[in-house]
Design a protein around this ligand. Structure first.
Ligand code: ADP
Ligand code: ZN
Length: 433
């Protein structure tokens, strides 16, 4: 039964691409049954018959988040509403949420894709899987849950928060694999320490970590904290949710399941494709979804295709970890900065604790970039001179990376408010002109 998950994984490049062409034709045909796409595709002159090669993808107009908002809630359905068995919403991190509707078959596909991700990193039915992410409308709950059950794991729908109970469940059931948001993982680690336990003794051997950006430095910290392997999991509600891109055992780029999604990376300004290795905006098409197909969706997520073959042998293309959202870019004193550049630097300091916050202000003369950094308790009791030195070291290291001198503020553990769900890394208090 397990071999099912290996089938598409072992496809050749040619087979992947032939399948994509076939599935594009079906998707175009299906999409044309809703008014929105019927008009869009007719205006562009795209039909299943004249879609002949993957070069034809560029003739299809992009779909934007605004389009999904405009057609909310059911304007993009291509089946009768009675065929829909589930809907999910995006987290709404960047504004009004959008709703995505799934048929039973869509849920089946999604569960298989998610099971394939987990199988790839060595999760088996003998594992106990605990989902430490929020459930409800957030796709990281049920999406991953169904994948774990599909693999046959004992699946614990713990949800996010209630950290003490979370820990008890993991210890009682000997949880070996977890799905957890990066911002929450460090909280669990800290709670364990508070309870006098070494996180290394926690039974976890693998964690699926995603839903928000994090750096390689953060991964290393998490892996050594819990003595476990951390694999990056990427997805977005518009493309079902998790199970779109996932790291293999190499931990070097996320394979995109190209039999189910067609990925492109384009210049965010011109919409033209960029060469492999160049950073741009990820654009995605659903190739298997029946209830609500989406063509060439502008994700606003920035990444690049990694050139060359993966040593694991899979031919599905790899993308680099997400650098951030195009909307996350901060312009400070005319310099473009991404929050992840800041995380990358501060996470290399062992004194730094679990949370940080970037605050942008205008002091009347110009932009001020403040970085508030939580310091672990055992370091906070240090002598003021040592803390001052640390503060300067962090500020210098940041200046080298982002070219702007920040004001670094060292704060006690738990003094930065935690977001429910995805972390809020930036607070922009500058007056909008
Ligand atoms: P929202 O856009 O409201 O957060 P979703 O819950 O659908 O809605 O989240 C999808 C988004 O989350 C992606 O577009 C991306 O920006 C971010 N994301 C998901 N997984 C990752 C990951 N592994 N690394 C970085 N960002 C991620
Ligand atoms: Zn690989």
């Amino acid at each position: 039964m397990m071999d099912v998950y290996d089938l598409a994984e072992t496809w050749t490049r040619d087979h992947i691409e032939q399948t994509q062409i076939t599935r594009f034709k079906t998707t175009i045909e299906r999409a044309s049954t809703c008014e929105f796409y019927r008009k869009r595709l007719a205006d562009a002159g795209v039909t299943p018959e004249n879609f002949k090669s993957l070069d034809d993808v560029r003739r299809i107009p992009f779909t934007t988040k605004q389009d999904l908002r405009d057609t909310y809630p059911t304007g993009l359905l291509t089946v009768p509403k009675s065929e829909i068995v589930r809907m999910h919403c995006s987290s709404g991190t960047t504004g009004t949420p959008v709703a995505i509707c799934h048929t039973a078959n869509d849920i089946n596909w999604w569960s298989d894709l998610m099971a394939r991700c987990m199988y790839m990193i060595g999760v088996r039915k003998e594992d106990v899987f605990q989902n430490m992410s929020g459930y409800g409308l957030f796709t990281g709950g049920l999406g991953i849950h169904y994948g774990a059950e599909r693999l046959g794991c004992l699946t614990i729908p713990a949800g996010a928060g209630n950290t003490k109970r979370q820990i008890k469940l993991a210890l009682d059931f000997h949880t070996t694999v977890a799905h957890i948001l990066p911002s929450y993982a460090l909280i669990v680690g800290e709670k364990l320490r508070e309870m006098g336990k070494d996180p290394k003794d926690f039974p976890l051997r693998i964690a699926l970590v995603g839903a928000e950006p994090y750096t390689e430095e953060f991964r290393k910290r998490l892996e050594s904290l819990f003595a476990m392997k951390v694999y990056n999991s990427y997805g977005l509600s518009e493309m079902n949710g998790p199970g779109v891109g996932f790291e293999c055992l190499e931990q070097n780029g996320l394979h995109i399941w190209e039999d189910a999604y067609y990925p492109e990376i384009v210049d965010p300004k011109t919409g033209e494709p960029v060469p492999d290795g160049t950073i741009g905006e990820l654009v995605m098409t659903t190739l298997c979804r029946q209830g609500m197909p989406i063509l060439r969706y502008r994700t606003r997520d920035l990444t690049r295709f990694l050139p060359g073959d993966c040593p694991c042998g899979r031919k599905h293309r790899r993308m680099d970890r997400i650098l951030g959202r195009a909307d996350d870019m901060m312009i400070v004193k005319g310099v473009n900065i991404y929050p992840m550049q800041i995380e990358q630097v501060i996470m290399t300091f062992e004194e730094v604790g679990k949370n940080y916050l970037i605050v942008l202000e205008n002091d009347g003369y110009g932009d001020v970039l403040r970085v508030k950094v939580e310091i672990r308790d055992e370091f906070f009791i240090e002598d003021v001179r040592i803390l001052r030195k640390l503060q300067q070291k962090i500020a210098h290291a940041l200046k080298d990376e982002i070219l702007v001198t920040p004001q670094v503020e060292l704060v006690e553990s738990n003094s930065i408010p935690l977001a429910e769900g995805k972390a809020v890394r930036v607070q922009d208090l500058r007056k909008k002109k």
